[in-house]
Write a new protein. Structure first.
Length: 107
């Protein structure tokens, strides 16, 4: 009977050992701060532009129309939609002003 107990405990111990080995090996493979960048390598910035934000605005509008949000969520959705709309209008005005300024400088 003592042998049975040892056999049952053996897999648990080996699983613990494997887990401990992985935990000890993990910091060497991936430092706590994340991957170490190689010298001279630059990471590309995420590509998010005004067109993407316009798409998000459309998605919110469609989802609201289809009843995807609960009544108690509508205030937060509406506020976010209004902020996004105001931001997009501001950016559009700035872009139009820059185009006019460039047109005046070139003409």
């Amino acid at each position: 009977m003592a042998e049975e107990v040892k056999k049952e405990d053996a897999p648990a111990q080996s699983a613990e050992a494997t887990t401990n080995e992985k935990a000890q090996a993990a910091p060497a493979a991936a430092p706590a701060g994340g991957p170490v960048p190689t010298p001279g390598a630059q990471q590309a910035a995420p590509d998010l532009n005004v067109n993407d934000l316009n798409a998000v605005k459309s998605i919110i509008d469609i989802a609201t129309t289809r009843g995807a949000f609960k009544a108690n969520e509508l205030e937060a959705v509406g506020k976010t939609y209004n902020k996004l709309s105001a931001f997009l209008e501001h950016v559009t005005r700035q872009q139009q002003e820059q185009q006019k300024a460039q047109g005046n400088n070139n003409g």
